[in-house]
Design a protein. Structure first.
Length: 117
């Protein structure tokens, strides 16, 4: 099982990034997917989630209206489009797969996002 995040980097405030998380080794379409982030010295927090078929999404209040989560089950990939980035969005972003109603879950290794001028 692998979840591999990519797309992180350094961006100026107000800029955009698109994160990708490529999955392998499990039936991707059975799993809800989420993005989490962890800032230095802070707890890991949920950013956004999407159900297995992509019909429902949820966002943390600080990112509503700026971030969009989506998935392509044919490509076994989940995305996080991040617009109007702010310095407080800085952190390591992780994707997580979990199968609803079970304890089965997988995590990626994370990708660094730094928002700074």
């Amino acid at each position: 099982v692998q979840l591999v995040e990519s797309g992180g980097g350094l961006v100026q405030p107000g800029g955009s990034l698109r994160l990708s998380c490529a999955a392998s080794g499990f039936t991707f379409s059975w799993y809800d997917m989420s993005w989490y982030r962890q800032a230095p010295g802070k707890k890991r927090e949920l950013v956004a989630s999407i159900t297995s078929a992509g019909g429902n999404t949820n966002y943390a209040d600080p990112v509503k209206g700026r971030f969009t989560i989506s998935r392509d089950n044919a490509k076994n990939t989940v995305y996080l489009q991040m617009n109007n980035l702010k310095p407080e969005d800085t952190g390591v972003y992780y994707c997580k797969a979990n199968r609803w109603g079970t304890v089965s879950e997988y995590w990626g290794q994370g990708t660094q996002v730094t928002v700074s001028s």
